[in-house]
Ligand binder design. Sequence first.
Ligand code: WTA
Length: 656
Amino acid sequence: MRGRLQQLLRRTKRNLAEFKELGGYSEIYKYSIEKNDEFWEKLARSRLLWEKDFTEVSDSSFKDGRISWFADGQLNVFDNCVTRHLADRGDQAALIYEKDEPGNEEIVTYAQLHSLVNRFANVLKSKGVKKGDRVAIYYPVSPLGVAAMLACAKIGAIHSVVFAGFSADALRQRIIDADCRVVICADGTYRGGRYINLKSVVDEAIENLDLVETVLVGTRNAEAKKLTTEKDVDLDLALAAAPENCLSEPMNAEDPLFLLYTSGSTGKPKGLVHSQAGYLLYAAVTTSAVFDCEPGDRFGCVADIGWITGHTYTVYGPLANGATSLLFESIPSYPDPGRYWATVDKHKLTQFYGAPTAYRSLLRHGDEFIEKYDRSSLKRIGSVGEPINTEAWEWLHHKVGSSKVPIADTWWQTETGGNMITPVPCDAGASFKPGSAQRPFYGIEPVLKNADGNTVQGNSVDGALCIAKPWPGIARTIHGDHERFRNVYLNVFDDVYTTGDGAHRDQDGEYTITGRMDDVINVSGHRLGTAEIEDCLTQLDFISEAAVIGIPEATKGEVPYAFVILKEGVEENSEHKLLANKHVAKVIAKFAVPKDTIIVSGLPKTRSGKIMRRILRKLASSEAKDFAQIAPELGDISTLAEPEVVEEIFLKKCQS
Ligand code: WTA
């Protein structure tokens, strides 16, 4: 009895305090679905600080392509994340900057962050940045990178952070698409002891690009920092000279807060637009309920600010909750595979949130890298970006978490703004299923659709994972292309948001993500469209056609693998592969370079010209040495336009 009571108490504490009188997860979840507006209204008032109160909660219709929350309310995201904490926790660390070199950290208190962002906002204003303008940020995880985002939020400019691992071409494309007149970057960053020059990437990206008027350059390595063009402005000098006072812009709830580019199955990357109030509310509430994040906690999300996880769980979520957020510049293996746990120990982190690809790379090393550090401060360990395999889950829970720390496997997307399916409340009272994200977050109603667009009923079933009702954190549109937004997400099936992932609903009604159903792949947690890589390969003057697929890989999860056809009259030579790799690295990023590129004379296509990627995946991932061995697995290939190419592709792959 006593045990049960304790479990209940724990569970209540871990739930949203606003609804504790309702009971546990099931009761609160039921309420959140049945009284959806009431649920979010209560949270919007208790969790956010409003400049102007709202009267309308939601006016959304997936069918009409309209998503709107708290529309007539006004607030400022920076004031919600920083200013309001000054009275109670001005001297508390807001950011811990764990630099690449171990033992080399910087602490930024809330008061210091407030002052830094105010000055930064004045610098932006002095460069002509106004409410609604887009600003590109090519900055590694660092206090200035975070301050750049918050300074935009303060004055109502829309930030577009581009992951500082993307190439110059990719950065240029994003700057042009969002029409950014100002770019903010650092001279460089360190990763695993290696200096990476970022400023030179920016220089290349904006060469002959009149659109960009100003490049604000912060310092990571003063000696390497070079201001080369008349557009360059020394950010440190500008900040030192800028006044400390700056008024925050009251923003309409539905004004855009940021753009973040992500890959889809077709076309160029899309700039998803997130809102001010709805996004912030969803970030704040999920951080608190999934991770039990309380004011004063030390939240360790090791994601880069160039990805949505960095936006929501390194910047906005922890700060909105008055926590201290870790900014991790390094890599998991530097100087040795104990770096994560050394960081947990040193800063007494209360939450640790990372990606399966990193966890998988660490578990191959000895337990001594974990055991020599104290991890008892941890109350949650999170996983995000791709499915976590049972081995990695067990390792995290039993080894890293000493069988005490609950694991939050969190399924979500750039588009969703925050965690969508994850064990909630994620505490010792919940039952966990390794490898399964399990339960929808409050207010989130998953539905599974079959190929005919009908909703799949009951349990122990599979289908395309969709979400029935709008929630505050969902992206509102694709920058400059609302039709595309509607077509890709809202009009695939009637009246629901289509995620692009497949899912299994088990006998208990809980969800396991089965993977993408489209041509999007996930390389070390980095999302890529195979079509983007194909486009890039066919830009080369010797390639006429390309097909790229993802194949499983032990550490990275998936890797791209390419099949290309050379142009008429081009003789195959050993340079082709190298040139292709170089080009993909230049146009997209190094992580997009195919594991192998096989030159073939034809591709397996249906008679209507559709490439059968399923066959390519089988061929690429097969260990078979003899075609007869693999043939039975390929299914009926006689219906292909040129069935004979399949064996040829197999042989070419074996020789490669
Ligand atoms: C995949 C990252 C299984 C999924 C936040 C999704 C996952 C895509 C998980 C979004 C998980 C993310 N289990 N698969 N816990 N988390 N995914 O936009 O395919 O970079 O659609 O957002 O990653 O990737 P994105």
